[in-house]
Design a protein around this ligand. Structure first.
Ligand code: IDC
Length: 310
């Protein structure tokens, strides 16, 4: 079977702010994000990815590597860092073998401002962009969700240091940049975009129980202004990753993203006891073979959404 990567090749952002394939045709990716790689590395394996590709029709995996939470990249020791780099490597290789796109996500969260761990980020992105420069299917997400008092000026300053480090090694990959307020303020990025590089997209994250029409209005206004937007994380529940499954609200979002060819990635692959997790806590399979009974409601819903696109 022809993979998405065979079909599209390396992707890039065009002058209209769209993600396009090697022929300039607009494409949108649809995938799943891992939970924190420090806590749920079991799901990072070729069989699992293959199952998700064949049975769920995902074409992109996001590898969420927390930076400041327990055993995160910036708080653990060198042994822990090496372990995380190995999980990332395993994930990138498995995705590549299967013709999937893969996002390496520097998952800042409690470290609200990416400038806090900038030096480590530079070291990490230098390392991975050197290693995967020739791959063509790798995206670099340089800061998951800046938050609290982190301004767009801070993020921009960070991005202007990290992007050249990646570009020195890898001229063509798409780089994803987070926005203030847990990656909601795409309007801030739109008002003052990064100009040192043009193969960038800005991330918008939504959780349908919390983020409603007011955030969709922001999205619409930046799309009208041709800002390249990538939804590298979303949930159908509340912003804490728990609560209800807001199906109707989620469908309003998904329809709007589809109309605008915006890519989206759902949070999260795990059996953690929370609504946003893909699998029920009793499910201890890590390599595929899932039945609908193994899935939580949002995951079952998403599986249907993706199946309807095929
Ligand atoms: C949540 C996880 C939860 C974990 C928490 C703190 O679902 O299990 O305890 O992080 O590490 C985000 C973040 C993402 C959050 C998710 C849900 O990017 O890390 O995951 N969320 O709260 N932004 C909005 C929601």
């Amino acid at each position: 079977m022809k993979t998405k990567y065979d079909k599209y090749g390396a992707l890039h952002v065009d002058s209209k702010g769209k993600l396009v394939d090697r022929n300039g045709t607009v494409v949108a990716l649809h995938g799943y994000s891992t939970h924190g790689l420090s806590w749920y590395p079991e799901y990072v394996n070729r069989d699992f990815f293959e199952f998700m590709k064949d049975e769920w029709h995902i074409d992109c995996i996001r590898l969420a590597m927390y930076t400041a939470e327990k055993d995160g990249y910036c708080v653990g020791d060198d042994v822990n860092r090496k372990k995380l780099e190995d999980v990332v490597d395993k994930g990138v290789r498995a995705a590549t073998e299967l013709g999937l796109y893969v996002i390496i996500d520097w998952h800042i969260l409690s470290d609200s401002n990416p400038l806090m761990n900038k030096d480590m980020a530079i070291g990490f992105f230098d390392h991975v962009s050197k290693k995967y420069a020739a791959y063509g299917n790798v995206f670099y997400e340089i800061c998951n969700e800046p938050n609290i008092d982190c301004t767009w000026a801070d993020i921009k300053a960070y991005a202007e240091e990290v992007i050249p480090v990646i570009r020195k090694n890898d001229k063509y990959s798409v780089i994803l940049v987070g926005t203030p307020d847990w990656s909601q303020r795409v309007d801030d990025a739109c008002a003052d975009p990064i100009t040192i590089d043009d193969n960038l997209m800005y991330t918008l994250h939504f959780y349908a129980g919390t983020h409603k029409q007011w955030l969709r209005d922001k999205y619409k206004s930046v799309i009208a202004a041709k800002l390249p937007v990538f939804v590298s994380e979303f949930g159908t529940c509340d912003a804490d990753g728990n609560g209800g499954h807001y199906k109707e609200e989620s469908e309003i979002w998904i329809n709007m993203l589809d109309e605008n060819d915006t890519s989206y990635i759902m949070w999260n692959i795990s059996n953690r006891d929370e609504t946003s997790a893909s699998f029920v806590p009793e499910c201890d399979k890590y390599t595929g073979g899932y039945t609908d009974a193994d899935l939580r409601e949002p995951a079952l819903w998403y599986k249907g959404i993706l199946a309807a696109r095929v």
